[in-house]
Design a protein around this ligand. Structure first.
Ligand SMILES: NC(=O)c1ccc[n+]([C@@H]2O[C@H](COP(=O)([O-])OP(=O)(O)OC[C@H]3O[C@@H](n4cnc5c(N)ncnc54)[C@H](OP(=O)(O)O)[C@@H]3O)[C@@H](O)[C@H]2O)c1
Length: 278
């Protein structure tokens, strides 16, 4: 493993991505703080410290992706770790809407196709586009890893179970975008299984970030069943916990636990222990 590892975290200017970037930098990794807004990326990078470098990267903009890959190639010649974290849950939330309201407004029968397309553009096609642009740089690393950030709410196995606590929220927008992300991650694993590049899929579980913009009102079990105003995030939830919390037993998640090609990146697992939790 190179001792001067280079990581790119997409959507690293806030939330889970920012925390992952902080932990990686604290662990000696040079972190490119992917941010669609460069100024927000610069602010995050200065908060993280000298090992962080802001990188303009909008995962829905091919020119931005190409420019980011060119800059990494020019400045570092390779990429060791790609954390595909950037995502959106919706484009036009109503501040007063509960998760149940939102689920009712985004069922297969009534969802806006524009809304589906917009969310999938970021959460699915954006991940694929960044993968394609960064893969040549990852191939130049002696120990490359890809970590895609998914969600337990995308698990087909869990949502097929009537007892699954978040089943009522499963719909074509955010949850199904994560299902699709799981599928393309499996395709990446298959494509790269004969190489040294490891591919992993993780989920931070329910974490109070700006992604969780909808007021919760009793949907789900345990922590998800709470309602009320957002509170500041606290640290302490392991990324791996979502698989237990959500009882996700998709083949992909099983592979995540057992396949040598899909071992958790040590730094990401370490970083994940500090990721903001409820
Ligand atoms: N929070 C949870 O409970 C939870 C649970 C399961 C999984 N996850 C997953 O964890 C990851 C991080 O979520 P989070 O909770 O930290 O959300 P967040 O606080 O809303 O952060 C999302 C990040 O993605 C960025 N982003 C959105 N669209 C982008 C684009 N087109 N190009 C580049 N960056 C873009 C955002 O940038 P801006 O600041 O410019 O908007 C922001 O930096 C996501 O993949 C999410 O699905 C979260």
């Amino acid at each position: 493993m190179p001792d001067n590892r280079i990581a790119l975290v997409t959507g690293a200017n806030q939330g889970v991505g920012l925390q992952v970037a902080k932990e990686l930098a604290a662990n000696g990794v040079t972190v490119l703080v992917g941010s669609r807004n460069f100024e927000r990326g610069e602010a995050a990078a200065s908060e993280i410290g000298p090992r962080a470098i802001a990188l303009q990267l909008d995962v829905t903009d091919q020119d931005s992706i190409n420019a980011a890959a060119a800059r990494i190639g020019d400045e570092f010649g390779r990429l060791d770790l790609l954390v595909q974290n950037a995502a959106i849950s919706n484009t036009g939330r109503r501040p007063d809407a509960t998760v149940e309201d939102h689920a009712r407004m985004t069922r297969p029968s009534n969802v806006s196709l524009d809304e589906v397309r917009a969310v999938w553009e970021t959460n699915v096609f954006g991940v694929l586009a960044v993968y394609q642009a960064m893969l040549p740089l990852l191939r130049r690393s002696t120990d490359a890893r890809i970590v895609n950030v998914s969600s337990g709410v995308g698990s087909l196995t869990s949502n097929a179970d009537p007892a699954f606590g978040y089943r009522a929220l499963f719909g074509p927008v955010y949850p199904a975008s994560k299902t699709a992300l799981n599928a393309i991650t499996l395709a990446m694993m298959i494509e790269l299984e004969s190489t040294g590049i490891k591919v992993n899929l993780v989920s931070p579980a329910y974490t109070r970030t700006n992604l969780q913009q909808l007021r919760r009102n009793g949907v789900g079990r345990g922590r998800l069943a709470r309602s009320g105003p957002r509170r500041p995030a606290r640290s302490g939830r392991s990324l791996g916990d979502v698989h237990k919390v959500g009882k996700c037993d998709d083949p992909l998640v099983r592979a995540d636990r057992t396949s040598p090609a899909a071992q958790l990146l040590p730094q990401a697992a370490w970083a994940a222990r500090r990721i903001q939790g409820e």
